[in-house]
Design a protein. Structure first.
Length: 714
């Protein structure tokens, strides 16, 4: 049976020539810690970094698990310890720690949506989060943390590593590493409460069985409900996750089953903005223009099976298959801001969404040497099918105000008579990578490419006929270089491409309904990583160029072509670890310069893209109090610069800064470990627009929120 190697290999080199009387040059030793072997991913979770908030490595899709110092990307893996200590119930809340990411949907809404490096992650998330390295498993609209051992964020285009994402995100990928059975049995109970009157309980159980404890089971379940800090809003959610695993001599397998439900009364929506008007100041975060008679119900079910088999000591076959369904039924309005006084028009809609997903992958990962060069090579084939059924019945527009919500008369809006298919996509590909290690692994070169096939269709909801389609293929290459001259320092660079389904020509174009060829997004990035053992720092500079469609004059009409480009340049600085034995830091700073280039319209040429601030900063600190053993005090600051919400840069939301404070106390009660936690988010009750959400809407920031919890191990 394979176990963690837990071995440390120390390598040094002495320059030739000492025997001839020349001075000998001894290179500083590099320490490499191996986790099992380079061809396996099951049971090889990277260790935690000092302080326990982030991991030393991450899962990089096709490349498998890699140490962060040997990775030619900016990647961060947030641990379950960080998630628990923060009291983060959703992935969106975990992203409050990352300076390169912003959760831009309304705090009291039914989904999370993200911007990474200034690019939106799909429209309203929409299945863009990977689970155990593949798309198509994580719930479509909101991902809870009950079943997450790690939440990893890889910045930049990842089409080569993960395949094309379901809705063509190019700024980065968020990956959920599922919880697995631990070596030691665990029974953990957490009870929590949040303002106004939102409470719940979470149970986490882990067991291993068998003569060699080769069978594992991890069960997570939670129930929450009550009044939210948003006026008139109640929220209930239920999560259940079962993770099974088998660790044999040559065979390893896992099975994940996830189910979750979430219901809202008076769920919040982002606001549309009437063109040409000044954006009004953000209202009180607790105010809600939605009515108690408006509601939303969502349910998600998914399953993923994964297997690995060692064909030889240096070659492993792997495969995975799974899928899921997301169902949403809601009755609530789309608010549009009408003027600077905050008047809004809201049209109730009875809407049903069904998203079905099927995913599969298989491949071989092997390692071998050719002279002084070591290779780790992976060949992988992947497939993802996703379809969307949708129907919407609209009511009559009603008026309200963001500063003084009006009690609107309840409307009856009938359920849709049918829910037709509106789109489907089949995304398949074959990827090949080779990681070449030289000079005692001081130099690592990653070369690879993924050939991808895109077959997407949009349907006429009345007739069921195909209204537009795309059947194209493309090759997305990757070149990554890591140079590690000293154990503590790593230099890296990458050239990567993202892939997006082409835009569809609007009805005003002479080629209306035509879907353009896939867009290739190009990234250039260089960076430096410094690991001092207890604290680490990374600095990276990047440029991402993403094409988009635009209308250009052609004869007597306008032709829709791929001509425009959004170019985001930025510098990222990240810091994590222990400054001292009792002080930990986590956060960073991002400076971005976004620009619309190669546009046919002078009105938008050279303008800043929608939702791209010049600065984003997060810094969190934890201090173990010297005056009381077991007490830890925490603080966090989140800052986001101003953002434009239209391409002509005439409408923008101002910068905002949020402060969070917290404390936790670890003790024992009747020999059982107990942790008490308390926190206040948005301490000064700042009113702010949190960011630009789907379709250039603006999202209302969360009000001051109090949270308390107690965790006990049995």
């Amino acid at each position: 049976m394979k176990f963690m190697l837990g071995c440390t290999v120390v390598m040094s080199a002495v320059a030739n020539g000492a025997a001839y009387g020349q001075s000998a040059t001894q290179l500083a030793p590099i320490v490499i810690t191996a986790t099992k072997d380079a061809t396996s991913t099951i049971g090889t979770l990277p260790e935690e970094y000092a302080g326990g908030q982030v991991a030393k490595g991450a899962r990089l899709g096709l490349l498998g698990n890699r140490d962060f110092m040997e990775t030619p990307f900016n990647v961060t893996g947030y641990t379950s310890q960080a998630i628990e200590d923060q009291g983060a119930q959703t992935v969106g809340e975990v992203m409050d720690n990352d300076p390169s990411v912003r959760n831009t949907h309304s705090a009291g809404g039914l989904l999370d949506s993200f911007y990474i490096r200034g690019f939106p992650v799909g429209e309203g998330n929409a299945g863009e989060i990977a689970f155990d390295g593949v798309y198509g498993i994580a719930p479509t609209y909101r991902v809870f943390t009950d079943y997450a051992e790690r939440v990893e964020v890889l910045k930049g285009p990842t089409a080569f590593l993960y395949g094309i994402s379901p809705n063509s995100a190019v700024g980065g990928t968020i990956n959920i590493v599922p919880k697995r059975a631990l070596d030691e049995d665990l029974t953990r109970l957490t009870t929590d409460y949040a303002s106004d009157f939102q409470g719940g309980v979470h149970v986490d159980m882990s067991r291993r069985f068998g003569d060699e404890r080769q069978f594992g089971i991890r069960l997570n379940g939670s129930v929450h409900g009550g009044d939210a800090p948003i006026d008139d809003q109640t929220r209930d959610f239920y999560v259940g996750a079962l993770a099974l695993d088998y660790q044999g001599d040559n065979l390893r397998a896992t099975l994940d089953i996830i189910g979750q439900r979430e219901t809202f009364d008076a769920p919040q929506r982002p606001f549309f903005q009437t063109t040409g008007l000044i954006v009004p100041s953000a209202p009180d975060g607790s105010l809600n223009v939605q009515e108690p008679w408006e509601w939303s119900k969502s349910a998600d079910r998914s399953v993923l099976g994964r297997v690995e088999y060692d064909l030889t000591d240096d070659m492993t076959w792997f495969g995975a298959v799974g899928g899921g369904n997301s169902h949403v039924h809601r009755l609530f309005g789309l608010p549009t801001i009408l003027n600077s006084a905050g008047d809004v028009s809201i049209t109730p809609q009875n809407a049903v969404f069904d998203v079905d997903r099927l995913t599969a992958e298989t491949g071989i990962r092997t390692k071998f040497d050719t002279g002084p060069i070591s290779h780790t090579m992976t060949l992988q084939a992947s497939y993802l099918h996703q379809s969307l059924d949708r129907a919407i019945v609209s009511g009559t527009a009603q008026l309200s105000n963001i500063y003084d919500p009006v009690r609107r008369i309840e409307q009856f809006v009938a359920d849709p008579s049918s829910v037709p298919k509106v789109s489907e996509a089949r995304l398949s590909g074959v990827g090949l990578s080779d990681t070449l290690s030289m000079l005692d692994e001081r130099v690592q070169l990653i070369l690879g490419g993924r050939f991808q096939q895109i077959d997407s269709k949009n349907f006429n909801t009345a007739t069921g006929a195909v209204s537009s389609s795309s059947d194209e293929d493309a090759l997305t290459p990757l070149v990554g270089l890591v140079v590690r001259p000293w154990e503590e320092v790593s230099f890296y660079a990458n050239y990567a491409q993202g892939l997006s389904i082409g835009d569809t020509a609007p009805t005003t174009a002479i080629n209306a309904g035509e879907t353009l060829a896939p867009y290739k997004t190009t990234q250039y990035e260089i960076g430096t990583k410094i690991d001092l053992g207890q604290i680490a720092m990374t600095v990276s500079a990047f440029q991402i160029e993403k094409p988009f469609g635009q209308l250009e004059p052609s004869g007597s009409g306008q032709l829709f072509t791929a001509g425009g480009e959004q170019r985001n340049r930025g510098i990222e600085f990240n810091l994590f670890g222990e400054v001292t034995d009792d002080l930990r830091l986590l956060g960073g700073l991002v400076l971005m310069d976004g620009e619309l280039t190669n546009t046919s319209s002078a009105a938008i040429h050279g303008k800043r893209p929608i939702g791209v601030p010049k600065i984003q900063a997060n810094i969190g600190a934890e201090w173990d109090a010297s005056f009381l053993e077991g007490l830890t005090l925490t603080a966090k600051v989140i800052h986001t610069g101003e953002q434009y919400i239209n391409t002509t840069n005439t409408l923008k939301i101002p910068f905002w800064t949020r402060f969070d404070l917290g404390a936790r106390y670890k003790t024992e009660i009747e020999t059982r470990p107990v942790t008490f936690r308390a926190s206040v988010e948005n301490v000064f009750d700042k009113d702010y627009w949190s960011g630009v959400a789907s379709f250039s809407t603006i999202a209302q920031g969360a009000p001051r929120t109090f949270k308390v919890s107690m965790t006990t191990d049995f």
